[in-house]
Design a protein around this ligand. Sequence first.
Ligand code: FEO
Ligand code: CA
Ligand code: CA
Ligand code: CA
Length: 630
Amino acid sequence: DPVAAATRNTLRFAAIDRSRDDVVLPDGYTYDLVARWGDSLFTGTPDIDMAMLAEGGLLKSGIAEQQTRQFGQNCDAIRYFPLDSRGKRGLLCVNHEYTSDELMFASHDGFDAKKGAIRGYIEKHPQVVPVTQAAQGVSVIEIALGRDGWRLVKDSRFNRRITAHTPAEIRGPARGTSLVRTKGDPTGTRVFGTFAGCAGGETPWGTYLSAEENIQDYFGNLRRLKEMPDVDPFVIDAHRRFRMRQESAYGWDVTDPRFDLVNEPCEPFRFGWIVEIDPRDPQRPPVKRTALGRFAHEGAGTVVAKSGHVAVYMGDDDKFEHIYKFVTSGRFDKDDLAANRDLLDAGALYVARFDADGTGRWLPMVFDSRGPLNERAGFRHQGDVVIKARAAATVLGATPMDRPEDMEVNPVTGRIYVSCTNNAERTALPVTKMYAGREVEAGPDAANPRGKNPWGHIIEIHENDDDHTSLEFRWEVFILAGDPRGKLITDIKDVRPGIDRNSAYFAGYANAADLSPIGSPDNLGFDPDGNLWVVTDGPQPRNDNNGCWVCPTTGPDRGRLRQFMSGPIGAEICGCQFTPDGETFFLSIQHPGEGGSVLKPRSHWPDGPGTQPRSSVIAVRKKGGGRVGT
Ligand code: FEO
Ligand code: CA
Ligand code: CA
Ligand code: CA
C-alpha cells in the first residue's frame, strides 16, 4: 500500500487523561477565545450583558434585534476561508445549531418540561421566540491573527448573521413543487431562514455548506393536523418519518404561525437541506440545494473526483437512518470559480447499502414510473424523491445505521470516514421494531455490529478504484469506540454482528496502554498529514467530559487513538477545522453548563468563577508555532 508506506506517524503530543471545567490541552498548547455567544460583530451593537441573565435580561425589548448582530448560541460546524496567503486573515463560517434556553433565560428555571408545558411557558414569555430565532443560524466573521492570538475583526464588511428569518432561495428538483409551496411562499422558491445547522462542509469553489439537522424540534401541532379532514396522508407519513410531534421543543409555533403544522402543513419540507452560503459575498442569499436530499443532515464532506465531478458525502443523524452521496452532473472548473456557482443543483443522489462481505453499493435515488421510486410508492417526480429521501432510501433497501453523523474525506488517501455516534435502540438480538412510523430490523448487522451500541463507531469507506463517482465501495469498521482497557479486539475478523457491548476496536492497534477511551464520535476533521481528528457529543466510557481525539489512518500506528483535548462540564465539542498550514485548529465548545441553568450554573467556562457559561469558538495553537499535534 503506497499510502501506508509513505506515512509515518507525525503525532507527538502527550495524551491527556483528565477532565475539569475547562479546556484541557497537552503541555505546550494554548488556545484563543475567538468568539463567544453574544459577542457583537459590529461596534454599534453592544455585547450581551451576561451579568443580566439572572435578572431575566434577555426578555427586555431590543434584545432580539441585538442578537441578529451578535455571535449566535451553540456553535457547531466551523469552516475557515483564508483571506491572505500568510495565514493571518480569514473568514470563519460557524453554525449556531439550536438554543439551550435554560442557559439563556432565568424564567426557564420555573419551567417544567412536562407534556403541554411549552405552550403555557411561551404564552407567558412570548419575547423568548424572537431571541432564540435570532440566536440560531450561521455567523460569518472575519478573524485575524495578531500578537494576542486570533481575534474577531469587528465591522468587517464580511461580518454577517443569518438567522431563522433570513431570506434564502430554494433550488434543485424540489423548487416550486407542491410540497414546498406555502401560504407565505406560494411559489415554493423562497424560504425564510435556516436553523438546526449541525456539522457542515465547504465546496472546492470556496462556499460554505450548512447541514440542517433536527428540524423536527421546531414544528408543533401534528396531532391536530392528522385530524384535519382533507390532509394528504403522504404529508403525515413524511412528518412521522421525521419524528414531528404535537409539542415542539422551542415553542416557536405558539407565537409564529409558520411553525404551526395546521396553519402551514408543508413548512417543514422547506427545512432539512444542505444550505450553501458564499462567505465572500454578504449580499448573496443562502441557497437550499435540494438535489442533495432532505433528511437530518449532519455534514457534507466534499471532494473532486478524478473525472472532475464533485462528490458530497452526507450522514442522516437519526437512529436507523442512512448514509448518502451526491455526485454532480457537471465538472468542477478550477479556473473559473464563479462557473461552479450552481453545480450542486444537478446530479445523482445515492444511498448506501453495506453488505456483510465488506463491499457496498451506492443505490441511485431516481424517480422512475417503471422503477421502485414511482407514483404508487408516493413519488410523483424527483422533487418528491429528494423531499422524502428517507422513505425513498427504505424503498431501495439502504442499510439503517447507528445515527450517522459527520462524514469527511481524508485529503491524503481519499478514503471516507463516517461517525455513527451511538444507538440505544440497536438490539443485541434480531428484533423488528417500530421507529419513526415504520418497521426496522433493530438487531446487529455487519456495519452496526453492536447492540446496544453505547459508544458508537467510525466506518472507513474506500471507493472502488479510488473513484468518488463509483457505484461500489469496500468498507470496514475503523474504530469501535469504547474503553481499550475493556475487551480490546485486535483482529477485524472478530468485529462481527452480536459482539459484546463492552468491546472496543482501534483499527487493529493492539497496545491498550497507548490508546485513550472514547465514546459518541461526532464531527470529524483532518490535518494536512491526513490524521483523523474526532470530537465527541455524548457519554464517555469513564464518565469524562467530551473532548477531541486523533489517530493516524495509515502506517503502523493506524488507529492509535489518543486524546488531545477535554472540554468544560456539560459541553459537546464540535468544529474540528484546521487552517491550511495546520498551525491553528478551530473547535466549537457547544453548550458548556448543559444540565444546569441560569440560576444554577454548572460551568463557568470561559469567563471564570461567578460567570455564566457560554458557547464559544476557540483557536488551538502550539506555543512557539508549528503544526498542531506534531
Ligand atoms: Fe447535531 Fe447529530 O449532531
Ligand atoms: Ca449539538
Ligand atoms: Ca453533530
Ligand atoms: Ca451529536
